[in-house]
Design a protein around this ligand. Structure first.
Ligand code: ZN
Length: 144
């Protein structure tokens, strides 16, 4: 079969699949850093391998791609028309893993915040980041 993807498309797809240091995640990291937050990234010691971990806040942040993590009711979450059954089972497995990770984190006394990629689009980015900041600040107050 001929390779229908251009080199650019393919590397874009690969970066989506790899899911590390993707642009939406970098937006959140840069924002937090510029507001004085210090964090670890891709922490394998915690359930679900959270994208951003703030030890001081005992908070783990996941930045979820709407497709791969099955963002319910989101316009970016569209089950492909081909191999539909395969996709449904694949994506529901992802969702189940996500839920398991959140439950495990809570059991360890960690707070988990999920940020959906669609909330990091230009129109909503500012609002999302400000809400995150407020959330984190209130977390620290509660712990004191
Ligand atoms: Zn979404």
């Amino acid at each position: 079969m001929a390779d229908v993807h251009s080199k650019e498309t393919r590397s874009f797809n690969m970066s989506k699949i790899k899911g590390k240091d993707t642009k939406p995640e970098m937006l959140v990291r840069k924002y937090l850093f510029s507001h004085g937050f210090r964090y670890r990234v891709h922490d394998r010691r915690l359930p679900g391998n959270p994208d951003i971990v703030l030890p001081k806040y005992r908070t783990a942040i996941f930045i979820h791609g709407c497709f791969w993590h099955g963002h319910e009711g989101c316009r970016y979450f569209i089950i492909p028309k081909t191999r539909t059954e395969w996709w449904v089972s694949k994506l529901s497995r992802n969702t189940a893993n996500d839920e398991k990770a959140l439950t495990a984190l809570h059991a360890l006394g960690w707070k988990a915040i999920v940020i959906w990629e669609c909330d990091l689009k230009k129109a909503t980015l500012d609002h999302t980041l400000k809400a995150l900041l407020g959330d984190l600040r209130s977390t620290l107050v509660k712990q004191k």
